[in-house]
Design a protein around this ligand. Structure first.
Ligand code: C2E
Ligand code: MG
Ligand code: MG
Length: 716
């Protein structure tokens, strides 16, 4: 790939600048180094020359001196003619003149001037003496050899003197040369260090410059990468890329171009998403009310149906149709109709719970999809009906349409579904059918698609209304089922509620107790049962055949959970004067374990009054020895489902044996309910259960019958 101009300039310009500066500094350093080197090498050459002169001059003077000595020897021995001697003398004078020149040169040399020592003067004067004496000696040698010898002896002395000076000078010169050499070397070293430091600084500068540039470039590249990833993951119609906008403005060349391309791409993408959203809105939403349309609901339903096959709770699909909408449309025109629909949609939204889905599925029709927490069909149906009525009554009101007030009501069809693998279309059409049913019944009504559910709902509603009046009309009656000990003697009776319905006959408590619980009617009913038990016990107190019998009353969860339950029982005992120790309350495991601490505290308060407690339907819940130990119980009742199969099911046998063992371990009396056969009784007795209740002994009967059968026992 060809490198872009901007990137190249970004990298190269600072690098080139730093390199140029470094190069200039390096060049200057090298030049100064070279100058230094040249100067010191000149000095060195000069010093060497001086040393050489000194050595030459020493050699020459020694030679001259040897020749003088030789000449004087020969003159003394008369071995030389006068002419020869004179020639030698003349020669010597020339040579000495030359040596003197050398001495002067030496004395003038920089090196010796620097040394500036009196040795130079000594050298000069001793040489001058020597020269004078040698000339005089060689001059006179032909005439007076002994005077010549004397002069030579003196010259010898000057020569020695001169040698000492020249030796000293040689030493000084050598020392000085060496010192200068050392100075030159240290100067070189300093220069090298300087150059090294400069180079290091230049390299560092270069490195920093490159680093700064690299960071800037990588920062921009990162911003670009961020922008690209934002683009690739974004699904929103609004994509903000402030860094790219800044890059586009602030930089030039490639980076600005890349930023422009990315921003252009972003704009395209935003336009595409907006178009898609618009498309989606048109496909899945109703333009008039802004609500999801039928298609949206269909897709959502598909999901709900699938997910409800995993989680076993119910969904309700409510189909709502506005009553007499067509009339408004015809009389006031479509615009008025549209306005009403918009107002209804707005109002409906407020009436729904969070999570409910509201859709407009037709001209004046809306659908609502609700997830219900219930897992039992009857409970879910009741909840769906409650929601439907709440919505129907909530939206039945006056609407203000262009200044006219219009009263609006609605009818609703309901489809309940859970683990149904049918399609969304089927559900929608069933809801619509249910709506037609509701509409045919009359405006403002609610109808279930499933006829049996509708029937059940109707029956329940009817029962609830009737149950309210049953108490006043004294249709509730009590039956008594005796309980027996090992010897077959009655120990007391359980009071069982019955509803003597004028048309439906005797209704089982299993059918109306849940309804009474749900509607809250259980509170007055339960109180009435306890009051009846207390009154009876008070009556029995004075009858010796009956005053030992205990009466057991079933207490429902809602009743027991009442805050003033203890107070209520205590008041009834006081009002009736019943012996508290003859009254036993039957509670189920679920009631006790729901809030165990509170249950224990209530039970203890009642126990303090003298009441006894029995745990009903034991074994069907989750009771463990752990809980049983903590509860202040007097009796546990083995549930009749275990007793029923005790003869045939070994598992039930084990459960019964375990319950009996638990009772024995905790010193709690164990009673078996639902004992129907002698075989069952024998087995229970064999396992250690000695209290019984069941058809084998006595059926639940009205009080008169119960008293009658009790008489039979008195006789024995
Ligand atoms: P429960 O307390 O477990 O009552 C025992 C049920 O077993 C009674 O049903 C009784 O008639 C029945 N039973 C007794 N012996 C036998 C037998 O040998 N074989 C068979 N198959 N059944 C036998 P019932 O009277 O229909 O009562 C049902 C439930 O309704 C009671 O179960 C109790 O939980 C509730 N209940 C009854 N009366 C009241 C009441 O006054 N208040 C409250 N809260 N619940 C009540
Ligand atoms: Mg009971
Ligand atoms: Mg029971």
């Amino acid at each position: 790939m060809r490198a872009g101009k901007t990137v190249l300039l970004m990298f190269l310009l600072p690098a080139i600048a730093v390199l140029l500066i470094s190069f200039a500094i390096g060049l200057a350093s090298l030049k100064s180094l070279k100058n230094q080197y040249l100067i010191s090498s000149d000095i060195q050459a000069e010093d060497l020359q001086t040393l050489h002169q000194e050595a030459t001059f020493k050699r020459d003077i020694s030679e001259v001196h040897d020749r003088v000595s030789d000449t004087l020897d020969k003159a003394r021995n008369r071995a030389l003619s006068d002419i020869a001697l004179y020639r030698l003398h003349a020669q010597l004078v020339d040579d000495l003149a030359q040596v003197e020149q050398q001495v002067e040169q030496l004395a003038d040399s920089n090196l010796l001037r620097e040394v500036n020592h009196n040795s130079v003067d000594g050298l000069r004067s001793s040489f001058s003496d020597y020269r004078r004496l040698v000339i005089m000696a060689t001059e006179i040698a032909a005439i007076d050899p002994s005077t010549a010898n004397r002069f030579f002896t003196e010259a010898q002395h000057s020569f020695n003197q001169f040698s000492i000076y020249s030796g000293r000078i040689a030493m000084l010169l050598t020392d000085r040369t060496m010192q200068r050499e050392r100075e030159a070397r240290s100067r070189h070293e300093a220069s090298f260090v300087q150059i090294f430091v400069f180079s290091l600084m230049a390299a560092s500068l270069l490195f920093i410059a490159v680093l700064v540039i690299a960071i800037r470039v990588s920062g921009r590249v990162r911003d670009i990468a961020d922008a690209l990833s934002e683009l690739s993951y974004n699904t929103q119609a609004e994509i903000r890329l402030p860094k790219m906008e800044k890059l586009q403005e602030s930089s030039a060349g490639e980076f600005s171009r890349i930023a422009s391309v990315i921003l252009g791409f972003r704009d395209d993408m935003v336009r595409r998403i907006q178009a898609e959203e618009e498309n989606h809105r048109l496909t899945f939403y109703d333009p008039l009310t802004g609500l999801p349309n039928r298609r949206f609901l269909q897709e959502q339903l598909q999901y709900s149906v699938t997910s409800s096959s995993r989680v076993k709770n119910y969904y309700a699909l409510l189909w709502l149709d506005l009553d007499r909408f067509k009339m408004l449309n015809d009389v006031r025109g479509h615009q008025a109709g549209d306005l009403l629909l918009q107002q209804v949609a707005k109002h409906l939204r407020h009436l729904l719970r969070e999570g409910d889905l509201l859709a407009r599925v037709g001209g004046d029709e809306f659908a609502i999809l609700c997830e219900l927490p219930q897992t039992r069909q009857s409970d879910a149906a009741k909840e769906a009906e409650r929601i439907a009525f709440r919505i129907c009554s909530g939206m039945s009101k006056e609407y203000d349409i262009e200044g006219y007030s219009h009263y609006m009501s609605a009818s609703m069809g309901i489809v309940l579904f859970a683990d149904i693998r049918m399609g969304a279309d089927t559900l929608l059409s069933q809801a619509e059918v249910a709506k037609y049913q509701a509409k045919s019944t009359g405006p403002g009504t609610v109808s279930f698609y499933d006829a049996s559910i509708q029937a059940q709902i109707n029956r329940m509603a009817e029962l609830e209304t009737e149950l309210r009046s049953a108490i006043e009309n004294e249709q509730l009656i009590l039956h008594y089922q005796l309980q027996f000990n090992q010897q077959g003697q009655p120990t007391g009776a359980e009071i069982l509620l019955r509803w003597q319905h004028p048309e439906k006959g005797l209704i089982s408590p299993l059918d109306f107790i849940p309804l009474a619980e749900e509607s809250g009617l259980i509170i007055p009913i339960g109180k009435w049962v306890i009051e009846s038990a207390c009154k009876l016990l008070a009556r029995w107190q004075s009858q010796s055949q009956l005053n030992h019998l205990q009466l057991a009353v079933n207490v429902s969860a809602k009743q027991f959970r009442q805050e003033n339950f203890v107070e209520m029982v205590s008041n009834l005992l006081q009002q009736t004067g019943a012996p508290a120790e003859r009254l036993k309350l039957e509670l189920t495991e679920s009631v006790l374990l729901e809030n165990i601490e509170q249950a224990i505290s209530k039970m203890n308060s009642l126990r303090a009054l003298g009441l006894a407690f029995s745990m009903d339907d034991f074994g069907t819940g989750y009771s463990s020895l752990q809980y049983l130990k903590r509860l202040p119980l007097d009796q546990i009742k083995i549930d009749q489902s275990f007793v029923r199969d005790i003869v045939t099911d070994p598992e039930d046998t084990i459960i019964i044996q375990t319950i009996i063992a638990m009772g024995q371990a905790l010193s709690i009396e164990v009673i078996a309910e639902g004992v129907e056969t002698e075989e069952q009784r024998q087995l229970l007795a064999a396992y250690g259960c000695h209290r019984y209740q069941g058809y084998l002994f006595a059926r639940p009967v009205p009080l008169s019958e119960c008293l009658e059968s009790l008489k039979g026992f008195h006789k024995h």
